[in-house]
Write a new protein. Structure first.
Length: 303
């Protein structure tokens, strides 16, 4: 998935500005990455390779914007949360250029029995008034959970959860909200946490689940790195009209005619590329004009 977005929704685009084409505008610049969970090694390398942007981590408490364990609910959608994270780091460091990422993990809407991970990485440029972001999705995320008693054999679950490579969280299964033990990577600590949490629960069970924080979940780290690669490629692409970084897909046009009746079927026929800093847009066909849709997909021929 590829997206760009104006920093100030509803504001007039800065179409009068022309960015220098000789060198990338972020080459040699430094952006601060707001992270609490060791994301620098995932996000910095592709941005340096693609556009010469240096990235430095700034330690801020991003948990104030929401936690995977729910003690702090996420109040905004993922993109807005990522932008807010970036600004936390920018404010802390006194910087005008910031980065952050945000993930959403849960049952896939199309395949409820499969977990998916959607990661967003965003660059906020307050000096030039733009935001550029990209996302990457994966269905290979490790996201297991089980309700267990203190004397239960959890070996099969641990194998499924790829423990201890993937760390675990333990909490009471029912009733009490606490205690919560995070970052568990040893059997001894796991056993002790299960005993304490089961004693606190109304049903005598502890809930053991994957710790989804980025530093504790290797399968999630791969997805964050993928989103960072996409963002680097996006920033490397320049607007053909004004030269701003971040040129790429902003929308998809649907409508391929049915082979039998000509009714438009909701299949992608073109993509619209756009700029984050000016109004320039280009439509790019992704199927040729003589392509027809299968009547089996047509709402008229196959209602």
């Amino acid at each position: 998935m590829s997206h760009t977005r104006a920093l100030r929704p509803g504001a007039t685009a800065c179409s009068s500005r022309r960015w220098e084409q000789a060198a990338h505008p972020y080459a040699g610049e430094t952006a601060v990455l707001a992270t609490k969970h060791d994301k620098l090694a995932l996000i910095a390398p592709p941005l340096w390779r693609a556009i010469g942007l240096r990235v430095e981590a700034v330690a801020v408490d991003t948990d104030v914007l929401g936690t995977f364990t729910g003690e702090v609910p996420r109040k905004q959608p993922p993109l807005e949360t990522a932008i807010a994270k970036a600004r936390l780091g920018m404010n802390a460091a006194g910087a005008a250029l910031g980065l952050a990422s945000e993930g959403s993990i849960g049952p896939d809407p199309a395949m409820p029995f499969v977990h998916s991970d959607l990661e967003i990485v965003v660059l906020v440029d307050d000096e030039n008034g733009i935001v550029v972001w990209e996302s990457h999705a994966s269905w290979d995320i490790v996201a297991g959970s089980a309700s267990v008693s203190p004397d239960e054999d959890v070996g099969p679950f641990l194998a499924q959860a790829r423990f201890p490579e993937h760390q675990l969280i333990v909490r009471p299964n029912r009733g009490a909200l606490r205690p919560i033990y995070k970052g568990i990577s040893s059997v001894g600590r796991l056993t002790a946490a299960v005993a304490v949490c089961a004693a606190a629960a109304t049903d005598g069970l502890a809930r053991v689940e994957t710790d989804m924080r980025a530093h504790a979940c290797p399968s999630r780290r791969v997805v964050i790195a993928g989103a960072a690669e996409r963002l680097a490629g996006r920033l490397a692409a320049r607007c053909p009209a004004c030269g701003a970084p971040g040129w790429g897909r902003i929308d998809v046009l649907l409508g391929v005619p049915c082979a039998w009746c000509g009714t438009e079927v909701a299949r992608p026929r073109a993509e619209i590329d756009g700029c984050v800093a000016c109004e320039h847009r280009q439509t790019r066909p992704i199927v040729s004009g003589d392509v027809l849709a299968d009547p089996g997909e047509c709402p008229h021929c196959n209602p």
